[in-house]
Design a protein around this ligand. Structure first.
Ligand code: VG1
Ligand code: CO
Length: 543
């Protein structure tokens, strides 16, 4: 029976950089999830009888949320849902499945790299038919609906059995439980030279280590690396997916991927290491005693793309988010292709990919991807690197250093100040806004300001405008400092300070980025008065 339930709006359901993310306890309030799901459906038109893809990263509350969503999809008139086995789909796999089945859209349950478990975070986002995150126009419509919602529709029925692959019915809704890995693994296999990668991984010399951080990629990594590519059993560590990610923070960076970092920087280290985040869209790439900065990773992949079967004929263009370093721009200039600068968040790449303007894109926040799907893709990035290594037969360090030699090096670092009092973080940003007009032409230490603004993006495909996307300070020598507040946190505010300096002379390429960026770090403090506003002497996370 379809029931119409009366409810009252929650006023805090505004999606952030990537969907709605809140503490599990917030989602557990009665009607909270239902209100948001109904607001999604109410913002869409023409889905009657169509297919919806549903899956999540397996964190706590995933199972409960999926049952609610299925019953609401049934009550609202969807014809079919494709749901991952046990409710599991990595974010890139969900994107792949939406595209492959020409679904109307998908609902992905994840708070990505945020901690999980009963006391952790939960999240939900809607992806459109191209497989990518809904554009701002859609997320704003969802938010608007959530402000006035007074009823939602749900089917009264027993839970669907998601423990077996196969077909069942919920009212008139066809429920198809699909293998979480198959289609996605097949897609990746069609892009890369698996024979060559297999040769590398089984030559008896090359050693790799994959860290799934007890998050969603466990099953995917076992299947791809150990079963399909012949890597030895045990290659994938922390491969068992857990609802609380084993108590860890599934964020693949130098701080939180400490197990992997210890191995790759320890004695007798492997040749290659990769880690992925909670929902499998981020990647960390390490060589023996070598960290590849995500911005450099995008640039190196672009420069070597023709070594990979899927990109053999070259790239249409490249895009990077605004705070991502300009290393990729240099490769684009060299290749004679366009490079686009978008706001932070994968949703802004969708139009460029759909329109064929770009082939590769990436963000400094450990996200890299291509036109094969419409989400960033952690395993894809690791396979891309392995394909390059298999062809070039050099180490990661050699490849990156050669890259710097050819293109120069963009020293880069991001300093995060997490869990600040929201008012103080906003006061810091307001103060920056206030002084923006006075900064142009000013000299700070070795650097002179050539421009300063609050970044506004006009989408070249549909002309939509997104403003207030971060404060940029650009210097005459190409260095940059960017300030913005995170849109994915669930507690207080997080200030992100992005620092970039270009160095062409190969003789200087071996500096520690924190040393190379010293002047800019000091200027950021001087301009934004971070200590005064936040009472913090140092960042919480440096990547
Ligand atoms: C962060 C990153 C951004 C990324 C977003 C979603 O957003 O900076 O680059 O697209 O997370 O990634 P913010 O607003 O906190 O800076 V994920 O893997 O959390 O879906
Ligand atoms: Co993620």
């Amino acid at each position: 029976m379809i029931q119409t339930i009366f409810t009252q709006p929650f006023l805090d359901q505004q999606p952030g950089t990537s969907g709605l993310r809140k503490k599990v306890s917030v989602f557990q309030q009665s009607h909270y999830l239902e209100n948001f799901v109904q607001s999604i459906f109410d913002s869409l038109k023409g889905f009657e009888g169509k297919t919806l893809v549903v899956g999540g990263d397996g964190r706590y509350y995933n199972r409960v949320a999926i049952q609610i969503i299925l019953k609401m999809a049934a009550a609202n008139g969807f014809g079919r849902v494709l749901v991952g086995h046990d409710g599991i789909l990595s974010t890139p796999a969900a994107s792949c499945i939406i595209r492959k089945n020409q679904a109307f859209g998908g609902i992905i349950l994840s708070a990505s790299h945020n901690i999980g478990g009963v006391k952790g975070d939960f999240g939900i986002k809607y992806n459109i038919g191209n497989g990518g995150p809904a554009p701002e126009s859609v997320t704003e419509a969802i938010f608007a609906h959530s402000q006035t919602i007074h009823t939602y529709k749900i089917l009264t029925a027993p839970d669907a059995d998601l423990s077996k692959v196969g077909f069942s019915k919920l009212g008139d809704l066809a429920v198809e439980v699909i293998d979480s890995v198959n289609d996605y693994a097949q897609l990746l296999e069609s892009l890369f030279d698996f024979d060559r990668i297999r040769e590398l991984l089984t030559n008896g010399r090359f050693r790799l280590c994959i860290d799934s951080m007890h998050a969603v990629t466990g099953a995917y990594a076992h299947r791809l690396f150990e079963q399909r590519l012949g890597a030895s059993l045990g290659t994938v560590q922390n491969g068992e997916s857990l609802e609380d990610f084993g108590g860890g923070h599934p964020d693949p960076n130098l701080v939180y991927a400490h197990d992997l970092v210890a191995r790759l920087f320890g004695d007798n280290a492997p040749d290659f290491g990769a880690a992925f985040d909670g929902d499998g869209d981020r990647n960390l790439i390490l060589g023996r005693h070598f960290f590849v900065t995500p911005s450099d990773s995008l640039a190196v992949l672009a420069a070597n793309a023709t070594l990979v079967p899927a990109y053999r004929t070259g790239l249409a263009g490249i895009a990077r988010s605004m705070p991502t370093s300009q290393a990729a721009d240099r490769v684009a200039a060299h290749l004679g292709i366009d490079c686009y600068e978008t706001p932070t968040g994968w949703k802004y790449f969708g139009n460029l990919l759909d329109d064929g303007k770009i082939t590769l894109c990436g963000e400094e926040s450990f996200g890299t991807g291509s036109n094969h799907i419409r989400e960033k893709d952690g395993l894809w990035a690791a396979l891309f690197w392995l394909n390059i290594l298999a062809v070039r037969q050099q180490s990661i360090a050699e490849i990156v250093q050669e890259h710097w030699h050819t293109f120069g090096r963009n020293y880069y670092s991001r300093h995060d100040y997490e869990n600040l009092e929201s008012d103080r973080a906003h006061a810091l940003m307001d103060n920056l806004h206030g002084i923006l007009p006075t900064l142009k032409g000013k000299q700070f230490r070795s650097q002179q300001v050539s421009y300063c603004d609050d970044f506004t993006y006009t989408d070249p495909v549909d002309g939509s405008v997104s403003s207030h996307q971060g404060i940029r300070l650009g210097f005459t020598n190409g260095s940059r400092i960017i300030f913005r507040l995170s849109g994915t946190g669930t507690q207080g505010a997080t200030l992100r300070v992005y620092l970039e300096r270009y160095e062409q002379n190969a003789a200087y390429h071996q500096l520690d980025p924190q040393v190379a960026l010293r002047d800019l770090i000091d200027i950021a403090e001087e301009v934004a008065q971070i200590r005064t506003f936040t009472s913090r002497a140092t960042p919480t996370v440096v990547t």
